[in-house]
Unconditional design. Structure first.
Length: 150
């Protein structure tokens, strides 16, 4: 009974106060396509993420639209949760996947064009869901930057 009251107290504390601060995506430093198949595409994205909270936060879901050189190439979903340390400002490798049925078209042409250029403009616009203890919160984010091609 005491444990239930303690958990309820913590949950109310987090929900009634604005203790849970927004996570910030600060920079995309690298993008690697790890798998292309007839079903879709998988990639690893190195992202610098700032967690201003005094507790760990797990990123459990990402739902974002991806634009490459201003072309809508599809949606991205998180493949594996990411744990952010308290008060951390670190680069994390995020594993994402996109299904070809979600791709808006022009992905192959855009990627081939990117192979022959020095950089590509990547814009990611969406939400991520973080969880700490028993409380979940969604955060809006938008990243728009040029990424050097290796």
């Amino acid at each position: 009974m005491r444990i239930i009251l303690f958990v309820a107290f913590i949950a109310l504390s987090f929900s009634s106060c604005n203790v849970y601060k927004d996570i910030e995506i600060q920079e995309v430093s690298d993008i690697r396509i790890t798998k292309m198949s007839n079903k879709g595409i998988e990639a690893e994205v190195d992202i610098k993420v700032f967690n201003p909270n005094n507790f760990k936060v797990s990123i459990v879901d990402v739902d974002a639209d991806i634009y490459v050189n201003d072309k809508d190439v599809g949606d991205a979903k998180l493949r594996k949760k990411v744990i952010l340390g308290k008060k951390s400002n670190e680069v994390h490798t995020i594993k994402i996947e996109g299904d070809y049925t979600d791709m808006k078209g022009g992905l192959l042409q855009t990627l081939i064009g990117g192979l022959f250029s020095q950089s590509m403009n990547i814009k990611v616009d969406g939400t991520m869901k973080g969880k700490a203890l028993l409380i979940g919160k969604s955060f809006y984010f938008q990243v728009d930057q040029d990424v050097k091609m290796n």
